[in-house]
Design a protein around this ligand. Structure first.
Ligand code: MD3
Ligand code: FE
Length: 208
């Protein structure tokens, strides 16, 4: 379903087996070499969401190769399998062949416990206007998709559930968005996940 030009929601895109594999992979990525951590904002406050990154380390408002805010270790490589999944995601959202030239080089894995939220923001730390791919796992959340002008109305509130794909490209790439909260206990028990994971794939446009 096209929610706005370039913003396509594909509910239940991942099979249960794919979701289980991704949850297991996230557990491994969360362990390191750079452990999952709450990023600190420039004002010193910690985000309520915890994040681990692949390919490039993200912190507000920049990417780096080493996690200078989390031990200084080198970030784990971006797995080929996530590039393959990203191309399939664009094909599913925009039509066969749309993903052919898509080569994301960073993944951010966000973990939400029952209290975590993410305020309205734009993703503008990338030097590329390639689409962002979002995959949701575990508990449902209320996702707020706004406009590209400011963090205020108009916006749409949408429920994102486990297995859902969302692709944000074209005119929606720099829209404000946020996560108002999760619905604790809504995850499929077969995932063995208490909370919500979100995987985003991005092309940073930064030099290898
Ligand atoms: C719309 N993550 O990591 S994913 C983020 O569920 C982030 O963890 C949220 O916002 C989460 O930056 C939302 C959906 C999403 C991701 C990137 C976008 C929506 C977007 C980029 C542009 C427009
Ligand atoms: Fe974002």
């Amino acid at each position: 379903k096209e929610v706005a030009p370039g913003a396509v929601h594909v509910p239940d895109w991942l099979t249960l087996e794919q979701q289980q594999e991704l949850v297991a992979a996230c557990r491994g990525w969360a362990a390191g070499p750079v452990p999952m951590r709450a990023a600190r904002m420039p004002n010193g406050g910690a985000m309520s969401v915890r994040t681990v990154c692949l390919g490039w380390h993200w912190q507000p408002y920049r990417y780096s190769r080493t996690a200078d805010d989390a031990g200084g270790g080198r970030v784990a490589p971006f797995p080929d399998a996530l590039g393959v999944l990203g191309r399939a995601a664009l094909d599913a959202a925009y039509g066969t062949g749309s993903g052919d030239a898509y080569s994301p080089d960073a993944a951010l894995i966000n973990f939400y416990d029952a209290a975590a939220k993410m305020g309205m923001h734009q993703d503008r730390d990338e030097r590329s206007d390639a689409p962002v791919v979002s995959l949701s796992l575990g508990d449902e959340c209320v996702f707020r998709f706004g406009n590209s002008e400011n963090r205020n109305r108009p916006w749409q509130d949408l429920v994102l559930a486990s297995g859902d794909l969302f692709v944000f490209g074209g005119p929606s790439r720099f829209a404000y968005h946020g996560v108002m909260g999760t619905r604790a206990g809504t995850a499929d028990p077969r995932l063995g996940l208490s909370g919500r994971l979100n995987i985003t794939l991005r092309a940073t446009g930064l030099q290898q």
